[in-house]
Ligand binder design. Sequence first.
Ligand code: AMP
Length: 461
Amino acid sequence: GVFGISNMDDFDTAQITYFGLYALQHRGQESCGIAISKNGEITGHKGIGLVPEVFSEKILDRLEGNVAIGHTRYSTTGGSSVENCQPLIFTYKGGKMALAHNGNLINASKIRYELEDKGAIFQTSTDSEVIANLISRNGLKCSDLVEVLTKTMEVIEGAYALVILAKNTLVGIRDPWGMRPLCLGKIGNSYVLASENCAFDVIGAEFIRDIDPGEIVLIEGGSITSIKSKFNKPHRFCIFEHIYFARPDSSIDGASIYRSRLEAGKLLAIESPVEADMVVGVPDSGITAAIGYSRQSGIPYGEALIKNRYVGRTFIQPTQQLRERSVGIKLNALREEIEGKRIIIIDDSIVRGTTSYKIIQMLKNAGAKEVHMRISSPPVLNPCYFGIDISSKEHLIAANYSIEEIRKSINADTLAFLSVESLLKTPIGAPVNCFCTGCFTGEYPMKVPMHLGKDILEKNC
Ligand code: AMP
């Protein structure tokens, strides 16, 4: 998740950034950081952990300035080590700069090898440092910031929502396909940028608009300049943000995430009905779709799984062993609600199959008579190369087994997924045909280099 503020009021810049990042915690839980500019001098603080773990009141007090950017990270390129935390702060010919990136470049390793051949040194294993390096190189040839950024955008390929701090200027950039989200808001006379507008509600800012695909915005001294780049491509926003990743209280590119999930549940009930006594959502990501399913089918919604609210997202634990253990730590079954009932359990997705198996086992152990699993997205058949942690085909249960085989392996009485056609109807209000559905269909907006699947596999091992 990324956040930025150009403070023209009396706000505490670091504190607003902190609260903005707190609201974006769901986008990354491995590490976080803030970079802040005071009269063009950039300092910062970052570390491994959740936002409130990394930032104490004392640290925030030390972060003085009027322009800031922040980042919450979970890794899709580069490990979760401390040197890979963002924002990256670097010095180039134009001075100091800080950069925070959400997304994944597909040509980062190629550019990196080329730069290393020319003597470049890298301190992290992130694709984001490749962007920093290109900015630095382009800065040697010209001093105009927009030109430097435009030249950089000419070279990088993939998904990127960037916030950059260049002296006193706050910059926001969304990749030409608009794959990852970035939006603009205002609080008092101050502009803010964030991955999702739920961050604006938290700090009391008003949502102005989404940054367009390929757009660069420069914010300084209370004014904003927009450069609509020449690299505009057909809009291809990540549909998985609607299914799982974004917060339900956000709206992206005109479509409410909550309404998408509700609609997915309704369409799932129409496509795959089954007789049962109770509809249950897997907390938290399956709950909205389960409410939609219940409303459409008329089968009552009930609580059968209780979540330990102090445990975060299980999937974001980087190893399989940790993931398996953490489902049980996070969820427990409510025998009083379950015993003797036919249950429809809804989750937003099955990726490796770890979660579904554990949950069905829990429900059956608590006395469920039947467990019917319904998934509010299609089977995940392909990796994501653009910033969602969906790794190589080898790990994707639906890429290796039929739906009937998956049903047996997770021990469900029936299993059904939402169709791609219905899924595409769920983001109500979004431009038609504007989604990347690569993880379901294998149709990516751009050609993916062959070696990338291997990289992702290595990282996840
Ligand atoms: P799995 O156990 O591997 O089948 O993962 C599915 C569960 O993880 C579902 O409950 C989802 O809500 C969640 N999930 C799916 N994809 C992701 C992702 N890329 N990052 C984090 N969590 C995810």
